[in-house]
Design a protein around this ligand. Structure first.
Ligand SMILES: [Zn+2]
Length: 497
Protein backbone atom coordinates (compact mmCIF):
# COMPACT_ATOMS: atom_id res chain seq x y z
CA UNK A 1 0.00 0.00 0.00
CA UNK A 2 1.23 3.47 -0.79
CA UNK A 3 0.71 6.37 1.54
CA UNK A 4 -2.34 8.45 0.68
CA UNK A 5 -1.22 11.71 -0.93
CA UNK A 6 -1.66 14.89 1.03
CA UNK A 7 -4.56 16.72 -0.59
CA UNK A 8 -3.70 19.22 -3.32
CA UNK A 9 -4.28 22.85 -2.38
CA UNK A 10 -7.73 24.03 -3.37
CA UNK A 11 -8.01 25.90 -6.64
CA UNK A 12 -8.01 29.65 -6.28
CA UNK A 13 -6.23 29.62 -2.93
CA UNK A 14 -2.82 31.33 -2.74
CA UNK A 15 0.09 28.87 -2.53
CA UNK A 16 3.53 29.34 -1.00
CA UNK A 17 6.46 27.00 -1.60
CA UNK A 18 8.57 27.35 1.56
CA UNK A 19 12.27 27.06 2.13
CA UNK A 20 13.53 25.74 -1.20
CA UNK A 21 16.55 26.47 -3.35
CA UNK A 22 15.01 28.85 -5.88
CA UNK A 23 16.37 29.18 -9.41
CA UNK A 24 14.87 32.55 -10.34
CA UNK A 25 16.29 32.43 -13.91
CA UNK A 26 16.60 36.22 -13.82
CA UNK A 27 19.21 37.99 -15.95
CA UNK A 28 21.88 37.49 -13.29
CA UNK A 29 21.02 33.81 -12.80
CA UNK A 30 20.24 34.47 -9.14
CA UNK A 31 19.85 31.40 -6.93
CA UNK A 32 18.21 31.91 -3.54
CA UNK A 33 18.78 29.40 -0.74
CA UNK A 34 16.08 28.76 1.85
CA UNK A 35 13.64 31.00 0.00
CA UNK A 36 9.91 31.07 -0.65
CA UNK A 37 7.82 31.55 -3.77
CA UNK A 38 4.34 32.97 -3.24
CA UNK A 39 1.63 32.47 -5.86
CA UNK A 40 -1.56 34.52 -5.78
CA UNK A 41 -4.07 34.02 -8.56
CA UNK A 42 -2.30 33.25 -11.84
CA UNK A 43 0.83 35.23 -10.94
CA UNK A 44 3.91 35.02 -8.80
CA UNK A 45 3.37 37.56 -6.04
CA UNK A 46 6.74 37.41 -4.29
CA UNK A 47 10.05 35.54 -4.13
CA UNK A 48 12.34 35.74 -1.13
CA UNK A 49 13.15 34.53 2.38
CA UNK A 50 10.44 34.07 5.04
CA UNK A 51 7.65 35.73 3.07
CA UNK A 52 4.53 36.99 4.76
CA UNK A 53 1.54 35.44 3.06
CA UNK A 54 -2.19 36.15 2.91
CA UNK A 55 -4.44 34.31 5.31
CA UNK A 56 -5.57 30.96 3.99
CA UNK A 57 -2.46 30.42 1.86
CA UNK A 58 -1.67 26.76 1.26
CA UNK A 59 1.88 25.85 2.24
CA UNK A 60 4.11 23.42 0.33
CA UNK A 61 7.28 22.42 2.15
CA UNK A 62 10.08 22.89 -0.38
CA UNK A 63 12.90 22.21 2.09
CA UNK A 64 15.74 20.27 0.42
CA UNK A 65 14.06 20.83 -2.95
CA UNK A 66 14.73 22.99 -6.00
CA UNK A 67 12.09 25.44 -7.23
CA UNK A 68 12.34 26.49 -10.87
CA UNK A 69 10.05 27.93 -13.53
CA UNK A 70 7.91 25.48 -15.47
CA UNK A 71 9.91 24.08 -18.37
CA UNK A 72 9.01 24.89 -21.97
CA UNK A 73 9.26 22.53 -24.93
CA UNK A 74 9.17 24.36 -28.27
CA UNK A 75 8.70 21.37 -30.59
CA UNK A 76 6.82 18.18 -29.78
CA UNK A 77 4.69 16.13 -32.16
CA UNK A 78 2.14 15.31 -29.50
CA UNK A 79 -0.21 13.53 -31.92
CA UNK A 80 2.33 10.72 -32.33
CA UNK A 81 2.48 9.80 -28.65
CA UNK A 82 0.25 6.74 -28.95
CA UNK A 83 3.22 5.20 -30.82
CA UNK A 84 5.50 5.66 -27.81
CA UNK A 85 8.83 3.89 -28.18
CA UNK A 86 7.84 2.18 -31.44
CA UNK A 87 10.57 3.86 -33.48
CA UNK A 88 13.42 3.41 -31.02
CA UNK A 89 15.65 2.00 -33.79
CA UNK A 90 14.51 4.29 -36.57
CA UNK A 91 16.54 6.77 -38.55
CA UNK A 92 14.74 9.64 -40.30
CA UNK A 93 14.27 7.33 -43.28
CA UNK A 94 11.89 5.00 -41.42
CA UNK A 95 10.16 7.98 -39.81
CA UNK A 96 9.42 9.61 -43.15
CA UNK A 97 8.10 6.36 -44.57
CA UNK A 98 5.95 5.71 -41.53
CA UNK A 99 4.40 9.12 -40.91
CA UNK A 100 4.79 11.05 -44.13
CA UNK A 101 4.28 8.47 -46.83
CA UNK A 102 2.33 5.52 -45.49
CA UNK A 103 0.74 5.36 -42.06
CA UNK A 104 0.42 8.92 -40.76
CA UNK A 105 -2.72 9.35 -42.85
CA UNK A 106 -4.43 6.52 -40.97
CA UNK A 107 -4.72 8.70 -37.88
CA UNK A 108 -8.33 9.67 -37.24
CA UNK A 109 -9.27 12.77 -35.23
CA UNK A 110 -9.68 10.58 -32.13
CA UNK A 111 -6.16 9.20 -32.62
CA UNK A 112 -4.69 12.69 -32.72
CA UNK A 113 -6.69 13.48 -29.58
CA UNK A 114 -5.45 10.35 -27.80
CA UNK A 115 -1.81 11.18 -28.52
CA UNK A 116 -2.26 14.81 -27.54
CA UNK A 117 -3.92 13.98 -24.26
CA UNK A 118 -1.25 11.47 -23.25
CA UNK A 119 1.53 13.85 -24.30
CA UNK A 120 -0.05 16.69 -22.34
CA UNK A 121 -0.35 14.61 -19.18
CA UNK A 122 3.17 13.31 -19.63
CA UNK A 123 4.50 16.86 -19.97
CA UNK A 124 2.84 18.09 -16.79
CA UNK A 125 4.08 15.07 -14.90
CA UNK A 126 7.68 15.93 -15.77
CA UNK A 127 7.39 19.66 -15.02
CA UNK A 128 7.00 20.79 -18.62
CA UNK A 129 4.25 23.39 -18.29
CA UNK A 130 4.30 24.80 -21.83
CA UNK A 131 4.44 22.67 -24.96
CA UNK A 132 4.42 23.68 -28.59
CA UNK A 133 2.36 20.94 -30.19
CA UNK A 134 4.02 20.68 -33.62
CA UNK A 135 0.86 19.22 -35.04
CA UNK A 136 1.59 18.26 -38.63
CA UNK A 137 -0.97 15.44 -38.79
CA UNK A 138 -3.99 17.73 -39.22
CA UNK A 139 -5.37 16.29 -42.43
CA UNK A 140 -8.78 17.86 -41.85
CA UNK A 141 -10.19 20.59 -39.67
CA UNK A 142 -11.89 17.83 -37.67
CA UNK A 143 -8.43 16.57 -36.76
CA UNK A 144 -7.51 20.10 -35.67
CA UNK A 145 -10.64 20.49 -33.53
CA UNK A 146 -9.86 17.18 -31.85
CA UNK A 147 -6.25 18.21 -31.26
CA UNK A 148 -7.20 21.48 -29.57
CA UNK A 149 -10.05 19.95 -27.57
CA UNK A 150 -7.62 17.36 -26.20
CA UNK A 151 -5.06 20.00 -25.25
CA UNK A 152 -7.66 22.09 -23.50
CA UNK A 153 -8.81 19.09 -21.49
CA UNK A 154 -5.45 18.97 -19.68
CA UNK A 155 -4.53 22.03 -17.59
CA UNK A 156 -1.19 22.98 -19.18
CA UNK A 157 -0.09 25.79 -21.44
CA UNK A 158 0.01 24.93 -25.15
CA UNK A 159 0.76 26.40 -28.53
CA UNK A 160 -0.86 24.53 -31.38
CA UNK A 161 1.53 24.75 -34.33
CA UNK A 162 -0.92 23.89 -37.09
CA UNK A 163 0.46 21.70 -39.87
CA UNK A 164 -0.51 19.04 -42.40
CA UNK A 165 2.12 16.80 -43.97
CA UNK A 166 -0.48 15.28 -46.30
CA UNK A 167 -0.77 18.51 -48.32
CA UNK A 168 1.59 21.25 -49.51
CA UNK A 169 1.83 24.25 -47.16
CA UNK A 170 0.56 26.65 -49.83
CA UNK A 171 -2.49 24.40 -50.26
CA UNK A 172 -3.67 23.79 -46.72
CA UNK A 173 -2.93 27.32 -45.51
CA UNK A 174 -5.11 28.65 -48.35
CA UNK A 175 -8.07 26.56 -47.20
CA UNK A 176 -10.72 28.97 -45.86
CA UNK A 177 -11.86 26.30 -43.38
CA UNK A 178 -8.37 26.14 -41.87
CA UNK A 179 -8.15 29.91 -41.59
CA UNK A 180 -11.62 30.10 -40.06
CA UNK A 181 -10.64 27.40 -37.55
CA UNK A 182 -7.57 29.35 -36.49
CA UNK A 183 -9.54 32.58 -36.09
CA UNK A 184 -12.31 30.84 -34.17
CA UNK A 185 -10.17 28.84 -31.76
CA UNK A 186 -7.80 31.67 -30.89
CA UNK A 187 -10.64 34.06 -30.12
CA UNK A 188 -11.07 34.25 -26.38
CA UNK A 189 -8.71 31.31 -25.86
CA UNK A 190 -6.76 33.22 -23.20
CA UNK A 191 -3.06 32.88 -22.72
CA UNK A 192 -3.10 29.15 -22.00
CA UNK A 193 -3.49 28.48 -25.72
CA UNK A 194 -1.54 30.01 -28.58
CA UNK A 195 -1.11 29.24 -32.26
CA UNK A 196 1.67 29.02 -34.83
CA UNK A 197 1.83 27.69 -38.38
CA UNK A 198 4.11 24.68 -38.86
CA UNK A 199 5.60 23.83 -42.25
CA UNK A 200 8.95 23.17 -43.88
CA UNK A 201 10.70 25.05 -46.67
CA UNK A 202 12.21 22.77 -49.27
CA UNK A 203 14.52 25.27 -50.96
CA UNK A 204 12.68 25.08 -54.30
CA UNK A 205 13.94 28.25 -56.07
CA UNK A 206 10.32 29.14 -57.01
CA UNK A 207 9.65 29.48 -53.24
CA UNK A 208 6.09 28.11 -53.35
CA UNK A 209 5.96 28.36 -49.53
CA UNK A 210 5.74 32.16 -49.94
CA UNK A 211 1.94 31.95 -50.02
CA UNK A 212 1.90 30.07 -46.69
CA UNK A 213 4.12 32.70 -45.09
CA UNK A 214 1.73 35.37 -46.35
CA UNK A 215 -1.19 33.61 -44.69
CA UNK A 216 0.77 33.47 -41.43
CA UNK A 217 1.46 37.19 -41.71
CA UNK A 218 -2.19 37.99 -42.42
CA UNK A 219 -3.30 35.92 -39.45
CA UNK A 220 -0.55 37.37 -37.27
CA UNK A 221 0.85 33.92 -36.44
CA UNK A 222 4.53 33.00 -36.10
CA UNK A 223 5.97 30.19 -38.24
CA UNK A 224 7.91 27.20 -36.94
CA UNK A 225 9.89 25.20 -39.46
CA UNK A 226 12.15 22.12 -39.53
CA UNK A 227 15.33 23.74 -40.86
CA UNK A 228 18.77 22.32 -41.52
CA UNK A 229 17.53 18.73 -41.65
CA UNK A 230 20.07 16.67 -43.58
CA UNK A 231 18.58 15.50 -46.88
CA UNK A 232 15.33 17.45 -46.41
CA UNK A 233 15.81 21.18 -45.76
CA UNK A 234 18.95 23.24 -46.25
CA UNK A 235 20.53 26.69 -46.64
CA UNK A 236 18.40 27.51 -49.66
CA UNK A 237 15.24 27.51 -47.56
CA UNK A 238 16.80 29.92 -45.06
CA UNK A 239 18.06 32.18 -47.86
CA UNK A 240 14.60 32.32 -49.49
CA UNK A 241 12.86 33.06 -46.19
CA UNK A 242 15.37 35.80 -45.42
CA UNK A 243 15.38 37.42 -48.84
CA UNK A 244 11.57 37.50 -48.98
CA UNK A 245 11.29 39.05 -45.53
CA UNK A 246 9.83 36.04 -43.75
CA UNK A 247 12.71 35.44 -41.34
CA UNK A 248 11.35 37.27 -38.30
CA UNK A 249 11.98 37.41 -34.53
CA UNK A 250 9.03 35.07 -33.94
CA UNK A 251 10.33 32.38 -36.31
CA UNK A 252 11.43 29.16 -34.61
CA UNK A 253 13.94 27.07 -36.59
CA UNK A 254 13.73 23.50 -35.36
CA UNK A 255 16.99 21.47 -35.42
CA UNK A 256 18.91 23.94 -37.69
CA UNK A 257 21.53 21.24 -37.52
CA UNK A 258 23.20 21.07 -40.93
CA UNK A 259 23.40 24.70 -42.05
CA UNK A 260 26.29 26.85 -43.23
CA UNK A 261 27.55 29.91 -41.30
CA UNK A 262 25.66 32.09 -43.79
CA UNK A 263 22.32 30.66 -42.63
CA UNK A 264 23.19 31.13 -38.96
CA UNK A 265 24.10 34.75 -39.74
CA UNK A 266 20.72 35.27 -41.43
CA UNK A 267 18.86 33.74 -38.46
CA UNK A 268 20.86 35.79 -35.95
CA UNK A 269 20.40 39.02 -37.88
CA UNK A 270 16.62 38.66 -38.00
CA UNK A 271 16.19 37.72 -34.33
CA UNK A 272 14.87 34.19 -34.83
CA UNK A 273 15.56 31.34 -32.43
CA UNK A 274 16.63 27.72 -32.74
CA UNK A 275 14.93 24.78 -31.05
CA UNK A 276 17.58 22.16 -30.35
CA UNK A 277 16.27 18.56 -30.07
CA UNK A 278 19.47 16.82 -29.12
CA UNK A 279 18.07 13.34 -28.52
CA UNK A 280 16.42 13.57 -31.93
CA UNK A 281 19.42 14.95 -33.84
CA UNK A 282 21.66 12.33 -32.26
CA UNK A 283 19.71 9.33 -33.50
CA UNK A 284 17.57 10.45 -36.43
CA UNK A 285 20.34 12.20 -38.35
CA UNK A 286 19.23 15.79 -38.98
CA UNK A 287 22.81 16.87 -38.22
CA UNK A 288 24.97 17.48 -35.16
CA UNK A 289 23.06 19.33 -32.39
CA UNK A 290 24.11 22.89 -33.29
CA UNK A 291 24.76 24.31 -29.82
CA UNK A 292 28.31 25.39 -30.66
CA UNK A 293 27.00 27.17 -33.76
CA UNK A 294 24.39 29.10 -31.83
CA UNK A 295 27.08 30.06 -29.32
CA UNK A 296 29.32 31.33 -32.12
CA UNK A 297 26.49 33.25 -33.79
CA UNK A 298 24.63 34.58 -30.75
CA UNK A 299 21.29 32.93 -31.54
CA UNK A 300 18.67 32.37 -28.80
CA UNK A 301 18.08 28.68 -28.02
CA UNK A 302 15.23 26.63 -26.63
CA UNK A 303 15.03 22.88 -26.12
CA UNK A 304 12.61 20.27 -27.40
CA UNK A 305 12.16 16.51 -27.44
CA UNK A 306 10.44 16.13 -30.85
CA UNK A 307 8.45 12.91 -30.46
CA UNK A 308 7.87 10.11 -27.99
CA UNK A 309 7.97 7.65 -30.90
CA UNK A 310 11.68 7.51 -30.05
CA UNK A 311 12.56 9.75 -27.13
CA UNK A 312 11.74 10.69 -23.60
CA UNK A 313 9.10 13.34 -23.06
CA UNK A 314 10.93 15.19 -20.30
CA UNK A 315 13.42 18.00 -20.57
CA UNK A 316 15.83 16.52 -18.02
CA UNK A 317 16.91 14.15 -20.79
CA UNK A 318 17.11 17.06 -23.22
CA UNK A 319 19.32 19.09 -20.87
CA UNK A 320 21.57 16.14 -20.15
CA UNK A 321 22.06 15.01 -23.75
CA UNK A 322 22.58 18.60 -24.89
CA UNK A 323 25.41 19.09 -22.42
CA UNK A 324 26.87 15.73 -23.39
CA UNK A 325 26.69 16.33 -27.14
CA UNK A 326 28.22 19.79 -26.92
CA UNK A 327 31.08 18.68 -24.69
CA UNK A 328 31.64 15.47 -26.62
CA UNK A 329 32.10 17.40 -29.84
CA UNK A 330 34.38 19.94 -28.20
CA UNK A 331 36.70 17.22 -26.89
CA UNK A 332 36.60 15.30 -30.17
CA UNK A 333 37.51 18.37 -32.25
CA UNK A 334 40.31 19.27 -29.86
CA UNK A 335 41.79 15.77 -29.88
CA UNK A 336 41.88 15.76 -33.69
CA UNK A 337 44.19 18.78 -33.39
CA UNK A 338 46.22 17.18 -30.61
CA UNK A 339 44.79 19.64 -28.09
CA UNK A 340 43.09 19.31 -24.70
CA UNK A 341 39.93 21.11 -23.61
CA UNK A 342 40.56 22.51 -20.15
CA UNK A 343 37.50 24.75 -19.72
CA UNK A 344 34.06 23.67 -20.89
CA UNK A 345 32.05 26.23 -22.85
CA UNK A 346 28.56 24.92 -22.15
CA UNK A 347 27.52 24.98 -18.51
CA UNK A 348 24.69 23.32 -16.64
CA UNK A 349 23.22 26.78 -16.03
CA UNK A 350 22.98 27.36 -19.80
CA UNK A 351 20.85 24.30 -20.46
CA UNK A 352 18.55 25.06 -17.53
CA UNK A 353 18.12 28.55 -19.03
CA UNK A 354 17.36 27.07 -22.44
CA UNK A 355 14.73 24.74 -20.93
CA UNK A 356 12.99 27.66 -19.22
CA UNK A 357 13.67 31.23 -20.37
CA UNK A 358 14.90 30.09 -23.76
CA UNK A 359 11.48 28.66 -24.51
CA UNK A 360 9.77 31.81 -23.25
CA UNK A 361 11.93 33.95 -25.54
CA UNK A 362 11.17 31.71 -28.52
CA UNK A 363 7.45 32.18 -27.88
CA UNK A 364 7.71 35.91 -27.22
CA UNK A 365 6.48 35.37 -23.66
CA UNK A 366 8.45 37.52 -21.23
CA UNK A 367 5.99 36.52 -18.49
CA UNK A 368 7.09 32.85 -18.60
CA UNK A 369 10.32 31.03 -17.83
CA UNK A 370 11.32 32.99 -14.72
CA UNK A 371 10.33 33.32 -11.10
CA UNK A 372 9.76 37.00 -10.37
CA UNK A 373 6.84 39.05 -9.06
CA UNK A 374 4.35 39.60 -11.87
CA UNK A 375 5.41 36.60 -13.94
CA UNK A 376 2.88 33.88 -14.68
CA UNK A 377 2.78 31.25 -11.95
CA UNK A 378 4.15 28.24 -13.85
CA UNK A 379 6.30 26.68 -11.14
CA UNK A 380 8.01 23.34 -10.56
CA UNK A 381 9.30 21.89 -7.29
CA UNK A 382 11.87 19.09 -7.55
CA UNK A 383 11.95 17.22 -4.29
CA UNK A 384 12.14 13.54 -3.53
CA UNK A 385 12.89 12.64 0.06
CA UNK A 386 12.86 8.93 -0.74
CA UNK A 387 15.64 9.33 -3.31
CA UNK A 388 19.32 8.88 -2.41
CA UNK A 389 20.06 11.20 -5.34
CA UNK A 390 18.29 14.15 -3.74
CA UNK A 391 21.22 15.18 -1.52
CA UNK A 392 23.59 16.85 -1.02
CA UNK A 393 22.34 19.75 -3.10
CA UNK A 394 25.63 21.54 -3.73
CA UNK A 395 25.35 22.83 -7.29
CA UNK A 396 21.68 23.50 -8.06
CA UNK A 397 22.05 23.91 -11.84
CA UNK A 398 24.23 20.83 -12.03
CA UNK A 399 21.73 18.97 -9.90
CA UNK A 400 18.85 19.80 -12.24
CA UNK A 401 20.82 19.02 -15.40
CA UNK A 402 22.60 15.81 -14.41
CA UNK A 403 21.01 14.37 -11.26
CA UNK A 404 17.28 15.10 -11.36
CA UNK A 405 14.66 13.14 -13.28
CA UNK A 406 10.92 12.89 -13.79
CA UNK A 407 10.32 11.01 -10.55
CA UNK A 408 11.69 13.97 -8.59
CA UNK A 409 8.94 16.31 -9.81
CA UNK A 410 6.99 16.87 -6.61
CA UNK A 411 4.73 19.83 -7.33
CA UNK A 412 3.73 21.61 -10.53
CA UNK A 413 1.68 24.76 -10.95
CA UNK A 414 0.36 26.13 -14.22
CA UNK A 415 -1.18 29.59 -14.25
CA UNK A 416 -1.37 29.42 -10.46
CA UNK A 417 -3.23 26.12 -10.43
CA UNK A 418 -1.71 23.07 -8.74
CA UNK A 419 -1.66 20.30 -11.36
CA UNK A 420 0.73 17.96 -9.59
CA UNK A 421 0.95 17.67 -5.84
CA UNK A 422 3.14 15.42 -3.72
CA UNK A 423 4.27 13.47 -6.81
CA UNK A 424 0.71 12.85 -8.02
CA UNK A 425 -1.13 14.45 -10.92
CA UNK A 426 -4.25 16.27 -9.79
CA UNK A 427 -7.57 15.49 -11.45
CA UNK A 428 -6.12 13.34 -14.23
CA UNK A 429 -7.93 10.14 -15.15
CA UNK A 430 -4.94 8.20 -16.42
CA UNK A 431 -7.00 5.06 -16.95
CA UNK A 432 -9.22 6.93 -19.41
CA UNK A 433 -6.17 8.28 -21.23
CA UNK A 434 -4.79 4.75 -21.42
CA UNK A 435 -8.03 3.36 -22.87
CA UNK A 436 -8.03 6.03 -25.55
CA UNK A 437 -4.42 5.30 -26.52
CA UNK A 438 -5.03 1.56 -26.56
CA UNK A 439 -7.92 2.08 -28.98
CA UNK A 440 -5.61 4.05 -31.28
CA UNK A 441 -2.92 1.37 -31.16
CA UNK A 442 -5.55 -1.25 -31.93
CA UNK A 443 -6.85 0.79 -34.87
CA UNK A 444 -3.40 1.38 -36.40
CA UNK A 445 -2.33 -2.19 -35.89
CA UNK A 446 -5.46 -3.55 -37.54
CA UNK A 447 -5.19 -1.10 -40.45
CA UNK A 448 -1.58 -1.96 -41.14
CA UNK A 449 -1.72 -5.69 -40.57
CA UNK A 450 0.44 -7.58 -38.14
CA UNK A 451 3.37 -8.15 -40.48
CA UNK A 452 3.80 -4.50 -41.41
CA UNK A 453 3.25 -3.48 -37.81
CA UNK A 454 6.04 -5.78 -36.59
CA UNK A 455 8.52 -5.02 -39.36
CA UNK A 456 7.96 -1.28 -38.92
CA UNK A 457 9.52 -1.60 -35.50
CA UNK A 458 12.52 -3.54 -36.73
CA UNK A 459 14.50 -1.87 -39.54
CA UNK A 460 17.08 -4.01 -41.30
CA UNK A 461 20.48 -4.03 -39.63
CA UNK A 462 23.36 -2.78 -41.77
CA UNK A 463 26.12 -5.34 -42.23
CA UNK A 464 28.98 -5.10 -39.81
CA UNK A 465 32.35 -6.59 -40.68
CA UNK A 466 34.83 -6.94 -37.87
CA UNK A 467 38.12 -5.29 -38.85
CA UNK A 468 41.26 -7.28 -39.59
CA UNK A 469 43.44 -7.26 -36.51
CA UNK A 470 47.19 -6.87 -37.15
CA UNK A 471 48.06 -8.56 -33.87
CA UNK A 472 48.27 -12.32 -33.49
CA UNK A 473 45.60 -13.91 -31.38
CA UNK A 474 46.86 -15.91 -28.50
CA UNK A 475 45.48 -19.13 -27.07
CA UNK A 476 42.42 -17.15 -26.14
CA UNK A 477 41.13 -17.44 -29.72
CA UNK A 478 42.94 -20.46 -31.09
CA UNK A 479 41.73 -22.61 -28.23
CA UNK A 480 38.04 -23.10 -27.65
CA UNK A 481 36.62 -19.90 -26.22
CA UNK A 482 35.30 -21.57 -23.18
CA UNK A 483 38.60 -23.24 -22.25
CA UNK A 484 40.53 -20.02 -22.84
CA UNK A 485 38.16 -18.06 -20.67
CA UNK A 486 38.48 -20.66 -18.00
CA UNK A 487 42.24 -20.21 -18.10
CA UNK A 488 42.13 -16.44 -18.14
CA UNK A 489 39.39 -15.85 -15.59
CA UNK A 490 39.11 -19.30 -14.07
CA UNK A 491 38.98 -18.38 -10.47
CA UNK A 492 36.07 -15.99 -10.99
CA UNK A 493 34.15 -18.15 -13.41
CA UNK A 494 34.55 -21.10 -11.07
CA UNK A 495 32.11 -19.42 -8.80
CA UNK A 496 34.20 -17.79 -6.13
CA UNK A 497 31.81 -15.48 -4.35
ZN1 LIG B 1 10.00 17.54 -35.54
Amino acid sequence: MTQPASPAPQAGRPVVLRGGTVLTMDDAGTVLRDADVLVVGDRIAAVGPALEVPEGTAEVDATDGVVLPGMIDTHRHMWQTAMRGYGADWSLTQYFVWYYLEHGRRFRPEDVAAGNRLAAVEALDSGVTTVVDWSHGLQTVDHAEAAVDALQSVPGRYVLAYGNIQAAPWEWTADPAVQAFLERRRTGAGDLLGFQLAFDVTGDPAFPEKAAFEVARELGLPVTTHAGVWGATDDEGIRLMHEHGFATPGTVYVHAASLSPDSYHRIAATGGSISVSTESEQSAGQGYPPTWQVRAHGIPVSLSMDTSVWWSGDLFSAMRTTLGADRSREHFEAHLKGETVTQLALRAQHVVEWATRGGATALGRDDLGRLAPGAKADVVLLKNEASPVSFPLLNPYGHVAFQAQRGDVHTVLVDGRVVKSDHRLVGVDLAAVRREVEATVEHLRAEMGEEVWQSGMDPELPSNEVLDNPYQYTDYRSDSTHAAREAAFGRHLAGEH
